[in-house]
Structures are given as C-alpha cells and as structure tokens.
Design a protein around this ligand. Structure first.
Ligand code: UFG
Length: 324
C-alpha cells in the first residue's frame, strides 16, 4: 500500500513508519519539523517537509505520493500547553487537520486513520472505558481531538471518506531505531529514565493521595509498536468509527518507577509533589472492539518489556535525536 504519514517525524509517527516499511509498504512522511526530528524519518521513506496549514502544498505532496491510505499524527499533544493557549490547539488540531481531510477526500484515499486520545473521555465513571462512554473532554487538547473525530464522521457520511479514529491511552516504549524525544519532556516513563540516568535530580510523583491501591495515578501503558500494528490493521479494514487502544491493565506511577529501578539495576531519588491539575485517578481502556473488529493482537503488553525498550533506546541515544 502507498501510505501518506502526516507527522511521521514525531514519536508515534516515526515508530509506525518504521513498522509499515518493515511490512513492505511504501511510505511518504509529511512533517513540518516543528516538534518532529528530521533524523527520526526512516531513510527508506520519502520525505516532504510541509505544514498542514498550507493546503496547496499539501495537495501537491499528495499528488506526488498518490496515497491509498493516510495516517494523521501531525497534532500538538501537550495537555498543559493547551490550557494556556487553546487557540494554538484548535488551529492546528482542527483547522489544519481539515486540510488533511480535504486533501484525502480529493485524492480518493481508501482510508484515513486518525490519532485520537483517551483525553476525549474526560472524567469517566466506568472502568475499563468503552467507546460508548460519554465524551466530555476537560482540556482543549482532548476537545480538539474530539472535534476532529466529529468532522471525520460528517465527512464520511456526506462525502464518503472512510476513516478510523484510534483513541490511544498512554503510548510508551520504543523500537530499536525510534523512541520518545520531546522538548520539553512531560511524559512519565522518559522522565523517570532521565532520573535513573542522573540527568535530573529526582522524579516527582504528582500526588499520592488518590483513591487507588498505592495512592498514585493508574494509567494503561501501551507499547508504541502495538499501536503501529493497529494503524496498519485500521488502514486495511472497512471499519469506520472510533476504537480504544490500551492493554486493559493499569500500572500506578509507583509501579512504573519500581519497574525502571529494576531495569536500570539501581535506585534513584523519588519525591512526592502535589497533584497535577486535571489528572484523573485512573484511565484504563476496554479494547475488546479493536481486538474483535481489527484482529488487533498486541505483543508487548508487559510493563517491564515496555520500560526496557524505552531504556534501551535512551542508552543507545543518550541525546535523543540530538537536533535541538
Ligand atoms: N506523572 C508523575 N510525575 C511526572 C510526570 C507524570 O507523577 O513527572 C504522572 C501523571 O500525574 C500521570 C501519569 O504520571 O498520573 C502519566 O502522566 P503522563 O504525563 O505520562 O501521561 P498522561 O496520562 O497525563 O497523558 C497521556 C498522553 C496525553 C493524553 C492522555 C490521555 O500523554 O497526550 O494520556 O488521557 F491526552
């Protein structure tokens, strides 16, 4: 399949591109390199530097790539930043994404796969979370993703563009070649690894008074290669709609820290800090639908396997992609 990957120089985009190429597909990466890294673009892929806000440039890129499938990873992802600058998020994650929807429709692609998020649910009452749960995002990031899901649903209904929205829970881990290199880094596992390597003086636990067994927040960490597999299956499937992607299991912040200690083979300082605003106590996915409908079969669900892959990537790339 010829696949156009918008945002293919970012974390999940670069790992998915590598996976698609390994499976024998042809990939064009389209990325503005605002947050992505040129060195994260797999050399086997064609690369076009461009921004979704430039519709003409995007249409030309698609004329050149002639894709059968499109994957959209090119969004802003910082929940905290979205609370400070909501229009930045609506502008890129909705207005610019509409250009991708337009270009995909004009080029008659067979499927558009969209990176959505567990943040579309907000605070939920039932666990694990099923796709039918009410959607009430509590930040502009989650709202922007939900808005684009709804735009895709209308574009499908009225213009026939087939799409699948994949609602990731906590993407984590690395391949041998590609990993997580955000500036600034806000995600738990890379921050703990920095503490373990002495690159920061300690890891802070954001609250240990939650209503969970050890008092720290529980998240559903899912390996980035398992996400990659789901994207390919979604491209190949006729299913239209939204699916959760998680393991259905949860790990607390303390359990993740203990796992990094085990993998690193040494202790490091841990501090307890106040709660971070907007953090739900637990987020766990019910991914039964993705397994049934797509035949999704995640391979790397164990937390230690996930952490070890992130650790190995960081050991091999201590400066990340070294371009910032
Ligand atoms: N945490 C700490 N200390 C840190 C960083 C994080 O204790 O230094 C905690 C957080 O409070 C949270 C957990 O670790 O309980 C995971 O935090 P992350 O920032 O790694 O991930 P989130 O669960 O906040 O966010 C992730 C994605 C978002 C997405 C969201 C869906 O990064 O893009 O899941 O709910 F929106």
């Amino acid at each position: 399949m010829r696949i156009f990957v918008a945002g293919g120089a970012g974390y999940i985009g670069s790992c998915t591109t590598e996976y698609l190429l390994d499976q024998g597909h042809q990939v064009t990466v389209f990325d503005a390199l605002l947050n992505g890294h040129r060195a994260a673009v797999d050399p086997r892929a064609d690369f076009i530097q461009g921004n979704l806000e430039d519709l003409d440039g995007l249409q030309r890129a698609m004329d050149q790539a002639r894709p059968e499938g499109v994957i959209h990873f090119a969004a802003f992802i910082e929940v905290g930043e979205s609370m400070k600058d909501p229009l930045k998020y609506f502008n890129n994650n909705v207005a610019n994404a509409i250009h991708l929807c337009q270009a995909a429709t004009d080029h008659n692609v067979h499927k558009l796969v969209f990176s959505s998020t567990a943040a579309v649910y907000g605070m939920t009452e039932h666990f694990p979370i099923r796709e039918e749960e009410p959607k009430s995002p509590i930040n502009p990031y989650g709202e922007s993703k939900l808005m684009f899901e709804r735009i895709l649903a209308w574009q499908h209904q009225l213009k026939g563009l087939p799409y699948t929205a994949l609602r990731y829970f906590n993407a984590a881990g690395a391949t041998r070649l590609h990993g997580e290199d955000h500036h600034p880094e806000t995600h738990l596992i890379p921050l703990i690894i920095q503490a373990a390597r002495g690159e920061r003086k300690a890891i802070s636990i954001f609250g240990e008074d939650y209503d969970t067994p050890d008092g720290t927040c529980i998240r559903d960490y899912i390996h980035v290669l398992d996400l990659a597999q789901a994207h390919l299956l979604a491209l190949q499937s006729d299913f239209v709609g939204a699916l959760n992607l998680g393991t259905g299991g949860g790990s607390s912040v303390r359990q993740v820290i203990d796992t990094v200690k085990k993998v690193a083979g040494h202790d490091f300082p841990v501090e307890v800090a106040p709660r971070r605003p907007g953090d739900p106590a637990r987020l766990i996915a019910d991914s039964t639908a993705a397994r049934k409908i797509l035949g999704w079969n995640p391979q790397y669900q164990d937390l230690e396997t996930i952490v070890r892959s992130a650790w190995d990537w960081k050991q091999a790339h201590p400066l990340g992609y070294n371009d910032r």
